[in-house]
Design a protein around this ligand. Sequence first.
Ligand code: IVH
Length: 674
Amino acid sequence: MPEAPRQARARAADLQQQINHHNYRYYVLDDPEVPDSEYDRLMRELQQLEADYPALITRDSPTQRVGAEPLEAFAEVQHAVPMLSLGNAFSEEDMLDFDARARKQLGAGASISYAAEPKLDGLAISLRYEHGILVQAATRGDGKRGEDVSSNVRTIPSIPLRLLGEDWPEVLEARGEIFIPRKGFDELNQRARSRGEKVFANPRNAAAGSLRQLDPRVTAARPLAFYCYGYGAVSSGDLASTYSGCISVLKSLGIPVSPELAVLQDVNACMDYYRRLGERRDVLDYDIDGVVFKVNSLAQQAELGFVSRAPRWAVAHKFPAQEALTRVLDVEFQVGRTGAITPVARLEPVSVGGVTVSNATLHNMDEVEKKDVRAGDIVFVRRAGDVIPEVVRVLQERRPEGTRPVTLPSRCPVCDSEVIRTESEVVARCSGGLYCAAQRKEAIRHFSSRLAMDIEGLGDKLVQQLIEQDWVHDPADLYSLTLEQLAGLERMGRKSAQNLLDALETSKQTSLSHFLYALGRREVGEATSQTLARRFGSLRALREADEEDLQQTPDVGPVVAAHVASFFRQQHNREVMDKLLQAGITWQESVPASTPDQAPLSGQTFVLTGSLSQPRSRIKSRLESHGARVSGSVSGKTSYLVAGEAAGSKLEKARSLGVQILDEAALERLLENL
Ligand code: IVH
């Protein structure tokens, strides 16, 4: 191996030091000094240097986190100082007892201040540093013997491979909790779900499972984090005279510690801390299951000693559990505002983390099938943060006789329309669209939106009122509203009622693509509406098209074709469309274009300017339905400028470039003659 020149050696050492410093700023102080890009640049430079001179690679180099080959099994590790467990307090009374016992043992008049920090819900780990270098990481195991998970722990970015500075004891074992923050957990499970893999029941299981991987590359991809809450063997004796002092020393060596650590003067302050943290429990970005209180003075700790395997100087005041067992009464199906059909477990009410839970989501049919949840089952339910409670797992061994697997209903429980579940989608959907009450409000909002029928003044609150009054069941009902009805609504005078009626009237002049888009099929967005309108030219042709025919349309694949065909097949959708046409909605039908190139205006570019009597979006889509392109700026490639009143610089530019200029009347004539 070639010896690295002195300069390269110095640069590598300098880069390592800089990277370690930035890790400390980022993970320990939560106060990065440089943007990620700068950090990445330093890392790349070091990687390059090490590639050029492999002799520069050290075990503690920040490039060496995922170095090791997969293991056959984990080796056993004997803990030099046993890893203890904690006694629990479940009530204020338990806490008062704990404090009274400790004070009694310390002698009359003793006062105790406590260090408090969250009880993290992960797994305990001991990190052994020798001469400042991480040499081993071991799980707690039975407290005396654990497993050597060094290669995996090295992949956790917040755990330093080398301690900061030079002033560390020869041997230092930092102990703490490895956990997965909630966001990382959700992403991990989402990824697993989308790949059809097993999802983790909770962040704790995910952290434990990740650490017990034989291949460190798998662990490296898991979002593991670490906070230190103590130490084992330390060659120099105590690091400070208090627990909080020791934690400060560990932090200064680059080891992440909880930012929630507080020193409290007495047990009453402990109870305040417990309450306040309890209130914030749901907004923290990691799961905690209580607060750990530790007598802060190490001298007092020594005096108090241990009972069996737990110290008398520490206690875990637990929060109410976030998981509970209960019975599934039934599995029902809910219809969301986009038509998504979600299976929901109706539960025998149970208190989970202080909140009564009687429903839990089962996400989708894949989940129901995978977990095999049935009415009558005893299940674990879990709630975390403000997430909807979910069924985690069925206790198969307690399944009563005669249960039946859950099946997806073939018709929507709200409107009885066909339920569609394509192979490519995990979610099943009601095909009722406009007709389904569960989707109605959203459908009306969408129908009136700017890119659809563009009904000005029909806001969210108004739609809500129209539905509550039971006046609007489908969008066509909007066109039968009367001045009397509207003027009687909350915050609506006669004037705004009349304005709305005018806007409804104006909206009747539309285009086929706007109309299709307004029907609000999730799969038929603006672009698809336009291509469908252009290809079929008329609603009649589109209604009669079968899936194969639909698939001949550019950008329409089998999934969209199936949805569109099913929508037009449904009798009630046909009725709503007829009702809309009867209400006076109209547009100019055009000659169908079998391919976009055959559209009469294909290859022509239009620019719209000045104030026009119709919304620009409508003119744009009419032009586009004939194959034209509509652009925002005039250039030599512009075919026509459509100029409304008070047109300005675009008109001048078009004139100077010799572009053909149309007023609105000329545009209408052009469209009529296509
Ligand atoms: S102190 C001698 N502090 O809880 C005391 N433990 O139930 C050793 N834990 O095995 C533990 N957060 O895995 C301590 N802030 C914290 C903790 C904590 C979580 C876990 C740890 C321990 C278990 C005991």
